[in-house]
Design a protein around this ligand. Structure first.
Ligand SMILES: NC(=O)c1ccc[n+]([C@@H]2O[C@H](COP(=O)([O-])OP(=O)(O)OC[C@H]3O[C@@H](n4cnc5c(N)ncnc54)[C@H](OP(=O)(O)O)[C@@H]3O)[C@@H](O)[C@H]2O)c1
Length: 270
């Protein structure tokens, strides 16, 4: 098998930690299917696995980590916590379920309760060497500012709904200035609004002899946005990794930029 650096691009987070720019999210993977699913995903070439305490499938991810031959140092494991007074306890439980001594990236999943207090616990875990990088997810406006203004360790990423219909152009600019990476959840908008059949994207895909999915991911990573697509199909899993060896021309980039509607397709967190 090819070494991961032969086909994967990495970003360097603001604390020097390297993170693959394409990963795989296991949202809605059933707990009992997660181990085999993650082993398949690793076999396809992914090294970044994005889970969450809320997904209830960390244990399956941990079983895959324990079973794979891929050294732990080549894997990049993200999980997410919810704010509560027992967040340290919940992190210990995550470490145990994930069968690992450290987690590569821990995010606060969404705004809830005393997030600054939770963030301070995450900072302690970084200092203790049990977490390599920390960040946020679904933090906008005041909630984002509160953490950034009061933290001792700057968030490394903010994971937000981001795709061609909702590009977060203002956040792309703001985060660049702050040294924070934007990470796109649902980079295909979970297929909403017929994204895969969109005629504009289909036209561009045809021009490059690529799929619509590959054009979408190439567009996002060309803007240094980390992406975590999901596919239950092994061929599409591989297709979504094969996105590095072409470059969209400026006119196609502009065409896709103009598809931004500036509105969520989910409206879960606004
Ligand atoms: N932080 C948060 O609050 C949050 C919220 C939502 C999601 N997330 C993360 O983001 C990850 C991805 O989001 P998501 O799964 O909701 O949506 P997504 O990755 O945008 O889209 C998944 C859909 O796209 C289809 N698909 C994938 N690759 C394809 C391809 N090459 N061609 C055609 N169809 C393709 C899949 O169908 P098939 O399976 O049939 O291929 C599936 O229906 C999650 O797993 C999770 O880790 C985070």
């Amino acid at each position: 098998m090819k070494g991961v650096r032969e086909f994967m691009k990495f970003v360097t987070l603001n604390n020097g930690v390297e993170m693959p720019i394409v990963g795989y999210g296991v949202y809605r993977v059933a707990p009992e299917e997660t181990k085999d699913h993650v082993l398949e995903v690793l076999d396809a070439g992914y090294r970044l696995i994005d889970t969450a305490q809320q997904y209830r499938n960390e244990a399956g991810v941990g079983e895959a980590i324990a079973e794979t031959d891929i050294p732990r140092g080549e894997l990049f494991i993200t999980t997410k916590v919810m704010s509560n007074e027992r967040v340290a306890e919940s992190l210990e439980a995550s470490l145990e379920r994930l069968q690992t001594d450290y987690i590569d990236l821990v995010l606060i999943h969404w705004v809830m309760g005393d997030d600054l207090a939770t963030y301070r616990v995450l900072e302690d875990y970084v200092r203790a060497g049990k977490i390599r990088a920390i960040g946020l997810s679904n933090f906008y406006g005041d909630a984002f500012d509160e953490i950034v203004s009061n933290c001792e360790i700057m968030p490394a990423v903010n994971q937000q709904e981001t795709h061609v219909f909702y590009q977060n152009k203002d956040l792309q600019e703001q985060y660049k200035e702050l040294g924070i990476y934007l990470e796109a959840w649902a980079p295909f908008g979970a297929g909403r609004e017929n994204m895969f059949e969109n005629p504009i994207l289909a036209g561009i895909a045809e021009k490059y002899d690529r799929s619509v999915a590959q054009v979408i991911l190439n567009f996002l990573i060309s803007k240094d946005i980390i992406v975590i697509p999901k596919s239950s199909n092994p061929d599409r899993m591989r297709e979504n990794l094969d996105v590095f060896d072409f470059e969209l021309e400026a006119e196609d980039v502009q065409t896709i930029e103009a598809m931004d509607r500036g509105e969520s397709l989910f409206d879960w967190f606004s």
